[in-house]
Design a protein around this ligand. Structure first.
Ligand code: CAA
Length: 248
């Protein structure tokens, strides 16, 4: 398949643990993979590393918390490669702390990067997807948006908000060939999870019936499936992938 016939996927926050696994899997699936980053130095190193492993991935800067910045990135991708067919809203941060001590800055930072970002990127790609009659929006939420977590009022609110967005947009574009879904991973072996204090983390792992952290590639396989035409009839869904930690 020539590059011009391949579908284009944009993964935000691509240089993190989950993003890297998604980019590799989607590249293996045959997509043109475009990786969004905020930290240029880290992204260049990341790109080189993946190149050495045989992955040819384009990198584009945007601060996903900033609407204009996302617009410029998506316009540049359209000019240089083409319109985005699959958007994975994966960028996210944590600023954990008990709510009674949470600052307004830590509330805003998490809402902006984890939730505003979903609007900021999706708004710039959705009309082209509708025109084409095909598109995929995949929002990476969290088990902690489904059930809450001590110390994560900001993060849980943003992650729960993502799924509210998913449900509504899914209804609005269902008859246009565009699906919108949420994936809610549990605790996966990423730097973000490894930054949780060891004793707290071990206590959390003890509550996961499968008895371990998830693998980044396990989430990547679900992204790959939702992006594919096998998932044409799945929209507005929230898919849990959490080792049984939260069942309902
Ligand atoms: N459950 C119940 N009580 C807790 C608690 C917990 N998990 N953690 C702290 N407390 C209690 C403390 O004992 C203390 O009680 P007293 O006031 O009676 O002494 C009170 O709450 C305040 O404790 P701290 O001052 O330690 O609170 P803090 O604001 O410094 O932060 C915390 C606590 C560091 C956030 C801690 O709760 C924590 O690490 N929680 C886990 C957060 C977490 O799971 N983050 C996930 C990051 S990865 C991710 O988010 C990916 C994903 O999607 C899953």
């Amino acid at each position: 398949m020539s590059v011009s016939e391949k579908r284009i996927v944009l993964v935000t926050g691509a240089t993190g643990g989950l993003g890297t696994a998604m980019c590799k899997k989607l590249y293996d699936d045959g997509y043109v993979v475009v990786a969004n980053y905020r930290n240029e130095e880290k992204a260049i190193e990341w790109q080189k590393h993946l190149h050495n492993e045989g992955y040819d991935i384009r990198i584009y800067y945007a601060d996903v918390a900033d609407y204009e910045s996302c617009g410029k990135m998506i316009e540049k991708i359209a000019e240089e490669i083409g319109h985005v067919d699959v958007l994975v809203n994966n960028a996210g941060i944590t600023k954990d702390g008990a709510f009674r001590k949470m600052t307004y800055e830590n509330w805003r930072a998490v809402m902006a990067t984890n939730l505003d970002s979903v609007f900021n990127c999706t708004r710039h790609v959705i009309n082209h997807m509708i025109e084409k009659g095909f598109g995929r929006i995949i929002n990476i939420s969290s088990v902690n948006g489904q059930r809450g977590q001590f110390g994560q009022a900001n993060y849980s609110a943003a992650k729960a908000g993502m799924h509210g967005f998913t449900k509504t947009l899914a209804m609005e574009v269902a008859n246009k060939g565009v699906t919108v879904n949420t994936i809610s991973p549990g605790y996966i072996g990423t730097d973000m999870v490894m930054a949780v204090k060891e004793e707290v983390r071990n206590q959390i792992i003890s509550q996961i019936p499968i008895g371990r952290l998830g693998g980044t590639e396990e989430v990547a396989y679900l992204v790959s499936f939702l992006a594919s035409e096998h998932a044409n009839f799945i929209t507005g869904a929230n898919m849990s992938i959490n080792g049984g930690q939260h069942v309902y």
